[in-house]
Design a binder for this molecule. Structure first.
Ligand SMILES: [Zn+2]
Length: 293
């Protein structure tokens, strides 16, 4: 099925498989990044669309292609289309799902694909999971959504077939607690599918900051903020996940872990275009963690 993803059980298997192709990928991706847009196949629109190269995230002057290659018909960027595609292949219509976002184009399309999917946003640390709150919109007004804190979700044990999150985990103060919660709410055999900034050539995860017992932020490395539709100042990043990430999923209880790589420039699935060494180079991957049946 186009585009073809390959799933790897270990990070080493993934990095071994792409080792001989990395130089070619860098040349192709630099060529894409040099232009304003490409014609490419959108896996959501299911046709050739204009993909705008710059999605607003940069490394210096280089475009971060993972946040870019935005389909001008549906608004999904590269990583959101990758997650959408993996989820469409994993979960039939009628699956009981949750997605930890509510206002994005991906949330709208997920609702169309899986009616009843539980959409939520993170409001603040004093909010109660499962309650609705007001969030600012882009026009100076408000919109409402359920709040879910990944570390303390309101979903019942074993109540979901799947849980989806799209670049959320690096912003969760206790990532292990967040993953343990995902494991708790899944049925036996259920699957968590997600993306996050994940660096397969970074030997071990960088913890940039943590919360002390009073909830105050202790910064261990310089502040890294990510763009966020709800917070103009950006959102704090606790982790840069490295090659050891599978260990964390195992500690959270997941029995089967796989990394799905789909390098396909025509689908707009490429590296992040990071040109300053391998440590922060990212591949077009979706992570799949399955609870024992
Ligand atoms: Zn599209």
């Amino acid at each position: 099925m186009y585009p073809q993803s390959t799933w790897f059980d270990t990070v080493d298997a993934l990095t071994d498989a792409v080792a001989d192709s990395l130089g070619t990928m860098r040349v192709i991706d630099a060529g894409i990044a040099a232009g304003a847009a490409i014609d490419g196949y959108c896996v959501h629109c299911e046709r050739v669309c204009l993909l705008q190269v710059n999605g607003g995230a940069l490394f210096g002057e280089d475009v971060n292609l993972r946040e870019g290659l935005v389909c001008q018909s549906c608004g999904l960027n590269s990583r959101s289309r990758q997650l959408y595609l993996a989820a469409r292949r994993a979960f039939p219509h009628g699956s009981r799902l949750a997605l930890l976002e509510a206002f994005s184009p991906l949330a709208r399309y997920a609702e169309a694909a899986w009616p009843g999917i539980q959409l939520s946003e993170f409001h603040d640390s004093s909010a109660r999971s499962g309650q609705t709150y007001e969030f600012p919109d882009n026009e100076g007004g408000h919109r409402r959504a359920f709040h879910q804190d990944m570390q303390r979700m309101s979903f019942a044990d074993q109540s979901l077939d799947g849980i989806l999150h799209n670049d959320v985990l690096e912003h969760v103060p206790d990532a292990l607690a967040g993953l343990q919660e995902c494991h708790r709410v899944l049925v036996d055999g259920g699957t968590s599918l997600f993306t996050m900034p994940w660096f397969p050539w970074l030997p071990s995860t960088l913890v940039r900051g943590r919360l002390d017992e009073q909830g105050a932020l202790l910064e261990l490395l310089p502040t890294e903020l990510h763009g966020d539709g709800l917070r103009p100042e950006g959102i704090y990043t606790f982790y840069n996940f490295g090659a050891d990430f599978a260990d964390l999923l195992g500690r959270a209880g997941f029995s089967k872990i796989a990394f799905g790589c789909c390098y396909d420039p025509f689908a707009g699935f490429v590296t992040n275009n990071y040109r300053y060494g391998d440590d922060f180079l990212m591949l077009p991957t979706v992570i799949r963690a399955t609870k024992a049946a």
